[in-house]
Design a protein around this ligand. Structure first.
Ligand code: SF4
Length: 206
């Protein structure tokens, strides 16, 4: 049986996820007693990331934008709606921009676009054929396939668009990493579980 699909593959970030991205020195300069407390306050929008003087400005800007995003659950009547497996350019990417692999569930693609656009992240987003399943359901149902990723890369002539043959797959699809790498011969990075944290992952891997 497929796992619960509601908000399935773009899990909203939790305070612990944010805390792991902070300096973790508990220096209290932000006015909170620890980095984890500060992370909770950022998520609750009681403070903003710029209050931590040790955070890079771009990182803080992106984190602030992520916190403001709508994280409402996906309505059930939209389940399994599919989009074409066509390369999507986000914020005018160039040859050095990352290639992000996702499923072809309409709502996942819509939310990922919103996350990337609102954080000014330049990227290529490539939906691959998962029969409309979200990433975690697709992995569960063996529908997140290396062959479909390879087909989408070829059909969209992605190799002519990017400098590096490196792709980022969703954290929820980590189990598929080796099979994708073996079939495509591309380097495969595993992104975060929460799609909302993808812009920060990209920034940290530039
Ligand atoms: S100022 Fe930054 S490093 Fe210091 S406790 Fe606050 S969040 Fe942590």
């Amino acid at each position: 049986m497929a796992v619960e699909q509601e908000m399935a593959d773009v899990h909203p970030p939790e305070a612990e996820d944010i805390s792991e991205l902070l300096p973790e020195t508990d220096c209290k300069k932000c006015g909170y007693t620890s980095c984890s407390e500060f992370a909770e306050a950022v998520l609750e929008e009681e403070t903003n990331p710029h209050k931590c003087p040790d955070l890079d400005g771009e990182f803080a800007d992106i984190l602030a934008a992520i916190v403001e995003l709508n994280k409402d659950p996906i309505p059930y009547n939209l389940m399994m709606e599919q989009v074409p497996c066509e390369l999507i350019e986000i914020n005018s990417p160039d040859k050095d921009s990352p290639l992000l692999i996702t499923c072809n569930f309409q709502e996942t693609v819509r939310i990922m676009k919103e996350i990337l656009e609102s954080t000014s992240t330049e990227a290529f987003l490539l939906p691959t054929h998962t029969h409309g399943y979200s990433v975690d359901n697709a992995v569960h149902e063996k529908m997140f396939k290396a062959m479909e990723i390879w087909k989408a890369i070829k059909d969209n002539s992605v190799e002519a668009r990017v400098e590096r043959t490196t792709m980022i797959i969703p954290g929820l699809a980590e189990s598929e990493r080796n099979s994708i790498r073996q079939l495509t011969r591309w380097e495969v990075l595993v992104g975060p579980i929460s799609g909302f944290l993808l812009p920060l992952f990209i920034l940290n891997n530039k």
